[in-house]
Design a protein. Sequence first.
Length: 344
Amino acid sequence: MSNSSKILSCPENLSNIICYNPTGNVKIINRDIFAVSSEFQARGPINAGASCYNGVAFGGKENDLQLWDISSKKSIWSAKNVPHDNLSLRVPIWITAITFLNSNQNNSETDTTEKNAEPTVTILTGTAYKQLRLYDVRSKRQPQFSIDIGDFSVTAILPGVTDYTVYIADVSGGLYLWDLRNKRRVSTLKGNVASIRDLQTNTSRNSIVSVGLERFARLYDITKIERENGLKSSYKLISTAGYAPNGHLLTSAYLKNRLNCCLLCDGKLPNTSHKRGRDDEEDEEENDDRVQAYRDSDEENSDELEDLEDESMDDENSEEKDVEDEGSEEGNDERDEEEIEGEM
């Protein structure tokens, strides 16, 4: 796989992950043994991908949406471009973001291993030409609707708390809540000033995190946002502790590097603290001894360096003195020669 490869989770089997690159090479990797279990070649180029429990969707520049079956490794559906515009010109294709709506992986109360689960068939895409398109695999190959959503390219799409809300990010740092029923923007999440590259939510679906090129990770309360905009949620709010009263931004963290992806986890980190014992004290003493030895070696090196500098200065001074002596001797010789010539 190339350096620009991307990774997707595989909800059909939690022990597998999907890795793909822009040329269309797709590999299924077993995370238990970290070995490639299978692979197939999809149509490229690929700029965006998303997975559901029964398949994976890809799209890219002049490569319209395609849906693949993971088990059979075959393309089971492909989209068709929208009709020509009012000037009878072909509408260009450049998919930059894909997400599944009403997917089992987005519902924390659904068992993704259930064999009788209804397949996901609704897909939402964003393009580099500021378009938002909704596809229903059961109805037709063309999108159900295609709308312009702003002035900048779409970089990430994330389903909201309800089945008809989505969060859309663009290259300018804009992060918006959209209502798909009315096809309108209902709220703006402020704080980002540079391109957003990824949006993720936790399993409780009460908060999202955004990362991008400005090196900040920002955490938002999305249940509060949708509730204030009159969007009733079918999911229970777990907790409201720690919500900032001035807006929907809970917190932000500076992470030094430009970020392309993130993962928001629930629960607490493992407790790695332990009681101090004799071994810890011995380790600390050993580390102190090493630090002191390192400092002593630095002092010795600095002393040697000072001695060398003094010697070099003495050598330079002696050389300058020798040069002056030679110059004085030459001057004396010249005067002697002049006196001899005068006497003659």
